[in-house]
Design a protein. Sequence first.
Length: 96
Amino acid sequence: MSMQALNHLVARSIVDPSVVSAFAAGDIDPVLCDLGFSAQLRTSLASLKAGSWAEFAVLAYRAVQATETPAVRFQLPSPLEGLRPSPDIAGREQVA
């Protein structure tokens, strides 16, 4: 959710100049609150020191990426599984 909120923040900064002016004034927290960032992440993002909006966006991306948990990937069985001879099924009839 945080990465999506960050995408909304950057997109909003393109069409809404008040976002960049709020950043320049040092008052970006209300904008972050409107977009649904958690309180901890808002504090972290508001404390970032950047000279420009582009630099802030890069630092914010890194901060959000560090806090997000990676998506769980599917664990697929090995292609070799089932092809190895097994002593418990050696004497039984097998049908493909």
